[in-house]
Design a binder for this molecule. Structure first.
Ligand SMILES: [Zn+2]
Length: 190
């Protein structure tokens, strides 16, 4: 992690307006007009650069007379505040809600407010798999229910769970379950 010593004001400003969670813990920013200080990742409204003061730690900001933001809780230890966990949880919720649409990593990343690269990395760290693999897993589990409880064809199921072709559904099904939808249905049809 970078310390404030090798962070320029320009870099900190950039991290602030990008709500870059990579810099959480490296510095804090306070807004003179509101008297509130935040972590770089805070999603509160972007302040004007001329109103900003940077601090190396939360205590300095507190003794400078600033109050901790209620949203990003910069006065709590990083262990108590896990912005990565929050981002990944948000992404997981979005996947569960929209798995049957064409979810792209970049859209998902945009929705949770981080870069696709960063989301991929923290998602993997927290869940052990990439967002793409997670979407696939959710879709295939859904298809398993449909195969065993409905008489929808494989093609109908493929489209229903967000695939644009039967072959991509087959490939994904095989990757996750090691069998074909047809074999699965034969075994588990209720
Ligand atoms: Zn904040």
């Amino acid at each position: 992690m970078e310390t404030r010593k090798n962070l320029t004001a320009e870099k900190m400003w950039e991290a602030t307006i990008n709500c870059d969670a990579n810099y959480d813990g490296s510095f804090f920013y306070a807004v003179k007009t509101t008297g509130i200080f935040c972590r770089p990742s805070c999603k509160s409204k972007s302040p004007k650069s001329e109103n900003i003061v940077f601090f190396e730690n939360a205590n300095d900001a507190l003794s400078g007379g600033f109050r901790p933001c209620k949203r990003c809780r910069p006065n709590l230890q990083s262990e108590d505040y896990d912005s990565q966990k929050e981002i990944v949880e948000k992404a997981v919720n979005i996947i569960h809600q929209y798995y049957d649409e064409k979810i792209q990593l970049k859209d998902l990343a945009y929705k949770v407010g981080v870069s696709p690269f960063y989301l991929n990395r923290i998602f993997r760290t927290k869940t052990g798999i990439t967002p793409h693999m997670y979407i696939e897993k959710i879709r295939i589990h859904k298809s398993m229910t449909l195969l065993s409880t409905t008489s929808l064809t494989s093609t109908e199921i493929a489209y229903k769970i967000g695939y644009d072709s039967l072959s991509s559904f087959y490939k994904a099904f095989k990757r996750v379950t090691n069998s074909s939808p047809k074999e699965y249905r034969l075994h588990y049809r209720k």
